[in-house]
Design a protein around this ligand. Structure first.
Ligand SMILES: [Cu+2]
Length: 71
């Protein structure tokens, strides 16, 4: 199965600490790769082969205090 690249919009990130938290939250989910967080653009990007992990990633980042969506 090919990797899909997913881009999430992430609200509430105001500094490097926030973007680091989002990065760590995504890194804690096994099955995600090529994770990057862009503080200025309010985006988080990752690749995955499992579409089911997208909802899990959104929930984890949102629960960490940074509402995430596929917008
Ligand atoms: Cu911050």
């Amino acid at each position: 199965m090919a990797d899909q690249t997913i881009t999430l919009t992430v609200e509430n990130m105001s500094c490097g600490h926030c973007s680091g938290m989002v990065q760590k939250t995504l890194e804690a989910i096994s099955g995600l790769s090529d994770i990057s967080v862009d503080l200025g653009a309010k985006k988080a990007k990752f690749s995955t082969q499992d579409p089911g992990l997208v909802a899990q990633a959104i929930e984890a980042v949102t629960t960490a205090g940074y509402p995430a969506s596929l917008k």
